[in-house]
Ligand binder design. Structure first.
Ligand SMILES: [Ca+2]
Ligand SMILES: [Ca+2]
Ligand SMILES: [Ca+2]
Length: 235
């Protein structure tokens, strides 16, 4: 089927084209293809939209498995597991007919102004506020200041700041209650070392709130909480 027809067919079954976000899943799907029709290329849920390769659920592709030389053509905006190159990924014209792989699973939609990344929705503020007011605004929207539990999420948020305001931006981490004990706005403790800029955190009891710090490669810095900065909400 064409990519559009394949998408529609998956939707009729309550699903979408498969989002192949890990090597393990890629390998599993290839092993299944080999069992049924190992001579055919298969559409997956990756498509070039709004300037990025995005999955069916709207998230930008972090893991990719392109065949050598791919993606190679701006006219090719749909992606298939390409049989002649060992089912690695090839961009191709969406109107081409290929086999396809559906996935049944939740598709998350974000509120207005929020962007989806790895199953969470984020909003980048266009105003600046002290930490506590930023936090209150996120809570009023039913969310919280952003939790950053892995490097992928950090890179997504930091790259967004780098590409837009290039300015200090609060995330939801503070040691206000107990010096040195970093707690997410979500209520859980920071696990691991954190993604601090060189020499940070360095403020002791004087600096208790954390922001993405352009001056230190968009890594984390502790700063005095009354500073008025941009902020990131998460839902
Ligand atoms: Ca191609
Ligand atoms: Ca502190
Ligand atoms: Ca500091």
């Amino acid at each position: 089927m064409t990519n559009d027809a394949a998408k529609q067919r998956c939707q009729e079954d309550g699903g979408h084209l498969a989002d192949v976000k890990t090597q393990d899943l890629h390998d599993f799907l290839v092993s299944q293809i080999m069992k049924v029709d190992g001579s055919e290329s298969h559409w997956i849920g990756l498509q070039y939209l709004s300037g990025e390769w995005r999955w069916s659920d709207g998230t930008a592709a972090v893991f990719t498995n392109w065949a050598p030389g791919e993606p190679n053509n701006p006219d090719q905006q749909c992606v298939n597991l390409r049989q002649p190159v060992g089912f690695r990924w090839d961009d191709n014209q969406c109107t081409k007919t290929k086999h396809f792989i559906c996935q049944i699973g939740p598709v998350i939609t974000c509120p207005t102004r929020y962007e989806l990344f790895m199953g969470k929705c984020y909003r980048f503020s266009v105003d600046r506020k002290p930490y506590n007011e930023s936090r209150a605004t996120c809570h009023e929207e039913g969310g919280r200041l952003a939790t950053v539990k892995n490097n992928e999420t950090h890179n997504f948020l930091a790259n967004h700041v780098r590409a837009t305001t290039k300015a200090h931006t609060w995330i939801g981490l503070t040691d206000e209650a107990t010096e040195g004990l970093w707690v997410w706005d979500y209520g859980t403790l920071l696990v691991g070392d954190g993604i601090w800029g060189t020499g940070e955190p360095n403020g002791g009891t004087g600096e208790n709130c954390v922001h993405i710090y352009p001056d230190k490669d968009y890594l984390w810095n502790d700063r005095i909480c009354p500073s008025s900065y941009y902020y990131i909400c998460e839902i």
